[in-house]
Design a protein around this ligand. Structure first.
Ligand SMILES: [Zn+2]
Length: 478
């Protein structure tokens, strides 16, 4: 018995699948002709919608996902329980300004006057008080009633410090108004430059006596949609309420704050943080034929913000992973390692799902040889970020990847959800899927991140790209 088994393993490990143009063609044809990702994403977005961690919708999504994956006949489908934080938005959420200058100087201006893409008029009524598009940031405390203050607009950290030290922020609402740098090509780099004001800005302003913070939405686009996202308090500072304002509104408030000494902002927020609640990661697997104990994990995060439907962020990434697993099963690919599609819970405001996933893997002595994350939307695929040690192996396939428009191979892989895996598996190859970045921050964390903003062919090309990268990992790793 033992001899037979050893013989089988020897034969199996010596036969590796050919990754050639015919193989790529097969994967891409199946995705483009019979792709399932778009239809399943539509179900998720339109029957459940947004999936904020700990919300009833997130739990509905877990049940839907498990059942949906089960229907495709993978070797195993299961959930991993995890406790997640629960921050809840309230219907009480408004931002209103009153200005003596506005009615005479600004009324009737159109967004185009603010270099915006839209020709809409600013949605402001010629009354004394003007309600403006704004949403609480995730994690913010409420206002416990109405809060009114004058406004100071800030364009960078140095200005925050100098005005703060001069006492100019005491008792004020602060607008953190650093825009995305327009000349930066990759919008994720712009996000990296600006997102600190959203995440840590409230406590920095509170340290100088500010009473509330408004943050310019993280987007290149100038419009009237506010983009939420996580903010984190420094426990040493007073917790002050924090909202995101649409980019066009940030431009308007910036101008008013300079022209009108009587500008007043009223904020009312009822959001709150509730006790943690149970939730789950969702997993589907195809067992490896030669190294069933060695795992290649790939996926995205199943939770989303409560604005829009979490279509690009990160329904698309979850569907990329599911569809990649389906594509390889459908074309009859026999993986050497266990291929595991994972939909991590709570990436947006806690990373509990990814942390628990890595902890469970550690307890079960699972070896991860590689992990791939897709969390940059469902746009046209361009390439991958790859750990430098594995880069030469991927570059062997550069001609093939180029033929499908996915030959932009960057040094350095990884992502928030696969990061914790490398603690117990320091040699695991981390890979990040890279689609085109130009439109992602138009919709990111806003009411416009809906199914209609996803293109079917772009989504299916992305899934096929993830599938061929998984095969490269599966064949090149031992
Ligand atoms: Zn995301």
């Amino acid at each position: 018995m033992r001899l037979i088994l050893t013989g089988f393993l020897f034969i199996a490990s010596s036969s590796r699948a050919q990754i050639d143009s015919a193989f790529f063609r097969k994967v891409f044809n199946e995705a483009l002709e019979n792709g399932q990702a778009y239809a399943r994403l539509g179900e998720l977005c339109k029957t459940i919608g947004s999936r904020l961690s700990g919300s009833p919708q997130a739990e509905m999504a877990v049940a839907w996902g498990k059942q949906m994956l089960f229907g495709y006949g993978f070797d195993s489908v299961y959930t991993q329980p995890v406790m997640v934080p629960r921050w809840e938005r309230s219907k009480t959420e408004s931002l209103v300004f009153s200005s003596s200058v506005f009615n005479t100087a600004i009324k009737g201006e159109k967004l185009q006057d603010y270099n915006c893409e839209s020709f809409e008029e600013l949605p402001l009524k010629p009354s004394k008080q003007h309600r403006i598009p704004a949403v609480a940031l995730g994690g913010s405390v409420g206002t416990f009633g109405k809060l009114q203050a004058g406004l100071v607009s800030i364009h960078n950290d140095a200005q925050l410090d100098s005005l703060g030290k001069a006492g100019a922020l005491k008792g004020k609402m602060v607008l953190l108004n650093r825009p995305f740098p327009e000349t930066t090509l990759n919008t994720f780099k712009s996000y990296g430059v600006c997102v600190g004001q959203r995440v840590n800005g409230a406590s920095k302003a509170a340290a100088h006596g500010a009473v509330a913070v408004l943050v310019r939405s993280m987007s290149n686009r100038c419009d009237l949609h506010a983009h939420t996202g996580v903010m984190i308090y420094d426990d040493k500072q007073r917790k002050i309420p924090t909202m995101a304002v649409a980019t066009a509104v940030a431009n308007l408030l910036d101008r008013l704050s300079q022209q009108d000494p009587n500008l007043r902002i009223n904020m009312q927020l009822g959001c709150q943080t509730l006790p943690d609640v149970p939730s789950a990661n969702v997993v589907a697997e195809t067992r490896g034929s030669q190294y069933p104990q060695s795992i290649i994990a790939f996926g995205g995060h199943f939770d989303s913000w409560d604005q829009g439907e979490g279509a690009h962020d990160d329904g698309a990434g979850c569907m990329h992973a599911f569809e990649a697993l389906r594509l390889l099963k459908t074309i009859g690919y026999t993986p050497r390692h266990t291929l595991r599609c994972v939909w991590w819970m709570n990436e947006e405001n806690g990373l509990r799902g990814a942390t628990e996933y890595a902890a469970i893997a550690g307890k079960m002595n699972e070896k991860h040889v590689a992990a791939l994350e897709s969390d940059r939307g469902g746009f046209t695929p361009r390439g991958f970020g790859v750990d430098s040690a594995f880069l030469p192996k991927v570059l062997k396939y550069k001609t093939l990847l180029d033929a499908y428009g996915i030959g932009e191979i960057e040094k350095g892989g990884g992502g928030a959800d696969i990061g914790p895996i490398s603690k117990n598996n320091p040699n695991a190859v981390l890979v990040g899927f890279i689609p085109d970045s130009q439109r992602y921050f138009d919709v990111h964390h806003s009411e416009t991140d809906v199914f209609e903003s996803v293109n079917k062919r772009e989504l299916h090309l992305g899934a096929a790209s993830v599938a061929v990268m998984i095969v490269i990992l599966d064949q090149e790793l031992n």
